[in-house]
Write a protein that binds this ligand. Structure first.
Ligand code: MN3
Length: 200
């Protein structure tokens, strides 16, 4: 089955003023849609290679699969990590886990912002559950897939490709990343952590 672009879980203007309607339309309808299309095309080409037995293009196909799959996954996660009713701080199990692994919410936020703001070029800041040592970790992703660790479950992701913020924030990436904290849906992040722990 081909992958499909999921609808936004809210209206295009629902996250204003943090993200305006124009940015959301471009980001979701053009950029995210492009990764879904790229993933479907790459998968079709792999199937064609399997049928023909000609794997001469497999290196580029592996690259396209990693890039477009990760782009599709991260954008889907990103939309669901935000809510017009978001913001504040996490509670319950997620709050306790952040305290255990970062010392405090303030330290977590400082590390997340520092990591995300310093992504080289286009990429993402990522909070993930790392099952090897049962802890939360903060990663960077360059493009969508580079610098990843195998086996972690991303819980909260922040897109810092210029298309995510440049129309509104120009080069002021830190202003954009700070504003993200006004719309984070901590209930969504907490549910993802609970599901990840169940799979440990
Ligand atoms: Mn994007």
């Amino acid at each position: 089955m081909p992958h499909e672009l999921p609808d936004l879980p809210y209206a295009y203007d629902a996250l204003e003023p943090f993200l305006n309607e124009e940015t959301m339309h471009l980001h979701h309808d053009k950029h995210h849609a492009g990764y879904v299309k790229g993933l479907n095309e790459a998968e079709e080409k792999v199937k064609a290679a399997q049928r023909s037995g000609d794997f001469s293009a497999i290196r580029g196909l592996c690259d396209a699969l990693a890039f477009n799959y990760s782009g599709h996954l991260f954008h889907t996660l990103f939309w669901n990590n935000m809510s017009p009713d978001g913001g504040g701080e996490p509670t319950g199990e997620l709050s306790a886990q952040i305290g255990k692994d970062f010392g405090s919410f303030a330290t977590f936020k400082a590390q997340f912002l520092a990591a995300t703001n310093s992504v080289q070029g286009s990429g993402w800041g990522v909070l993930a559950w790392q099952p090897l040592s049962s802890q939360l970790v903060i990663l960077q992703a360059e493009k969508h897939q580079n610098l990843a660790q195998w086996g972690v479950t991303p819980l909260l992701v922040l897109d810092v490709w210029e298309h995510a913020y440049y129309l509104q924030y120009q080069n002021r990436r830190p202003e954009f990343t700070e504003g993200f904290f006004d719309v984070i849906d901590w209930d969504d992040v907490a549910a993802r952590l609970a599901a990840a722990k169940e799979n440990d």
